[in-house]
Ligand binder design. Structure first.
Ligand SMILES: [Zn+2]
Length: 238
């Protein structure tokens, strides 16, 4: 691994708290205490399959380091990622709509920890937790917006810009500037050819935003990476 983090990036770096779920942290004290009393801390590994599209949720998860990739099966081809859930959200938010089946396949994109809760425990908790309920409604709304945006992104934005957006979002979700992702996995997520990913990663490395080596990617400058990202990153963050 070569290169070092741009000192000017300290204000943009997120890797300060890697053991926190910000949705839980922002709950009122009584809601937070009740939720955590019924939760269990677990560790998930890269590549673990949580659900396939249509499966019943086995549990819900509040990531505290793990990043979960949500993908749609594309007719006989590899899955196309539509969403990721990290330490600012909850995996399984659609259960508040009364649906137990996962609309998208879910796979662990980055190893790490999470708080785990049963579906029944979450539903019981939601009866007394208006703030959590409101946050989950907002998360679902944000997901719908990003899914609509992803269609235009895949059609109109260049692979390099899409890769810069993807890496920026992953760093946000993981709370860490270091990411373990192979070019093959990135090609699958973005629905692009592997050679296109290699060209895009080479360009991002040449401008000083990242460095990569054998599936390990380190973001050296969020500032430069964001300049290379497509407009989807800023629109989704607005
Ligand atoms: Zn885009």
């Amino acid at each position: 691994m070569t290169g070092s983090i741009d000192p000017a990036e300290k204000g943009l770096r997120i890797g300060i708290v890697n053991d926190t779920n910000f949705m839980i942290e922002q709950l009122p004290g009584d809601e937070r205490r009740r939720l955590l009393a019924g939760a269990e801390r677990i560790t998930l590994e890269f590549g673990d399959v949580l659900e396939r599209a249509g499966d019943r949720y086995k549990r819900i998860l509040f990531p505290t380091g793990v990043v979960i990739s949500l993908a749609a099966a594309a007719a006989g081809r590899q899955d196309l990622e539509l969403e990721m859930v990290g330490n600012s959200g909850m995996h399984g938010a659609t259960v508040i709509l009364g649906l137990d089946a996962a609309p998208l396949g879910a796979k662990v994109r980055r190893s790490g920890t999470a708080w785990q809760l049963s579906i029944s425990a979450l539903r019981e908790e939601l009866r007394h937790s208006p703030v959590l309920h409101a946050k989950l409604r907002l998360q679902i709304h944000a997901c719908l917006t990003r899914h609509a945006q992803a269609v235009g992104c895949a059609h109109f934005h260049r692979v390099e810009a899409r890769l810069a957006t993807l890496l920026s979002r992953t760093v946000d979700c993981a709370g860490d500037n270091h990411i373990e992702l192979t070019h093959e996995w990135l090609a699958r997520i973005l629905g692009a050819r592997r050679v296109s990913i290699t060209q895009a990663a080479t360009a991002l490395q040449a401008c000083g935003s990242i460095t990569y080596h054998r599936g390990s990617i380190s973001v050296l400058s969020r500032r430069i990476l964001l300049r290379r990202a497509c407009s989807c990153y800023r629109e989704a963050s607005a």
